[in-house]
Ligand binder design. Structure first.
Ligand SMILES: [Zn+2]
Ligand SMILES: [Zn+2]
Length: 120
């Protein structure tokens, strides 16, 4: 839809289209921000993920990686099985209390760490 100069003579004179186009063009040339990446903490595969994601599943080893601010390495995660509704909830490794996404029950999960330390 081109604006006809003879229909809007004042607009045409006071606003040189070239200048406005030049500014807008410079803005749109800037490359879109690349998707953030992290490395799988289990197999060290580089994973690309959508900005804003909290967890990224490795497509190679299926390990869940927690997205940690300021870290390029995926965080270890653990699964909390809600004792009330049975929903499995993902949380970053080291979290002491996990809130169930289904029923909002907060569970103390510190026993998971003790079990794993002695089990391995
Ligand atoms: Zn992996
Ligand atoms: Zn629950």
């Amino acid at each position: 839809m081109a604006v006809e100069a003879d229909k809007l003579p004042i607009f045409f004179v006071e606003n040189p289209d070239g200048t406005i186009d030049g500014v807008a063009g410079a803005d749109s040339i800037a490359p879109p921000p690349a998707n953030p990446r992290l490395w799988c903490h289990h197999c060290n595969t580089q994973l690309e993920f959508a900005a804003g994601a909290s967890y990224v599943q490795c497509y190679l080893c299926r390990t869940m990686n927690a997205v940690l601010t300021g870290s390029q390495l995926g965080g270890r995660t653990m699964n909390m099985l809600c004792t009330v509704c049975g929903t499995s909830n993902l949380a970053p490794w080291g979290t002491a209390y996990v809130r169930c996404g289904q029923c909002n029950t907060v569970s103390d999960v510190t026993h998971i760490y003790h079990t794993n330390v002695t089990g391995r």
